[in-house]
Design a binder for this molecule. Sequence first.
Ligand SMILES: [Zn+2]
Length: 225
Amino acid sequence: MFTARAPSRLLRPVIGSVHRTISTFTLPTSCPSCKAALASSVPACLKCGTISTVPVDVNNYSLLGIPYEPHKFALDEADLQKRFRRAQAACHPDVWTAKGEGKKDVAQDLSSRVNDAYKRLRDPLSRLNYLLELNGVALEATDKLEDEAFLMKILSLRDDIDEATEREDVEATLGETQENIENALEEVTKHVSEGNWAAAKSASVRLKYLEGVRAAGKEWIQENE
Ligand SMILES: [Zn+2]
């Protein structure tokens, strides 16, 4: 069994008066038992059959071997997928079933954490929400749009979809929505890189509403096919 090394670095972002500590554990890159380089970010060595759990406070970035700094929000999705697949292959429960007592359970646990980490980081809005959570400003279901002009825009986009009779009109609205989503994501990238969590949170509320418009547009298209 092996465990994560001590935190390599402690980050202390300041949000208002809330001080939070984000641990950035470094998981081992080589097997402590046979010393072979590990095939993925998770502590599972198929060469000698050594597998171990990962401490609960290891964040999703570390779990998939993605640096949390300096680009927390803008990550390479192809790279993320590659890391996910490698980690998943290394700790797949079926592979560990025959490798000894209890190892399948450890693999099962690692595997489900890897799945969750991938799900949370893959989609930009979900990744953003995860970052907000990590930094103590989690998005609540009750968070509402405070920007009145933006709210009017959302209502007008929703009206366009509700009242549409032609598919091309809905597609035009979806195109406009997508542009707005991309702008909001750009804003978020900037706020997150500057550590401006309050602004990142406002932008994520806007994103949530835009995603709602997008979902409504897609639903319209499905129902009218
Ligand atoms: Zn090994």
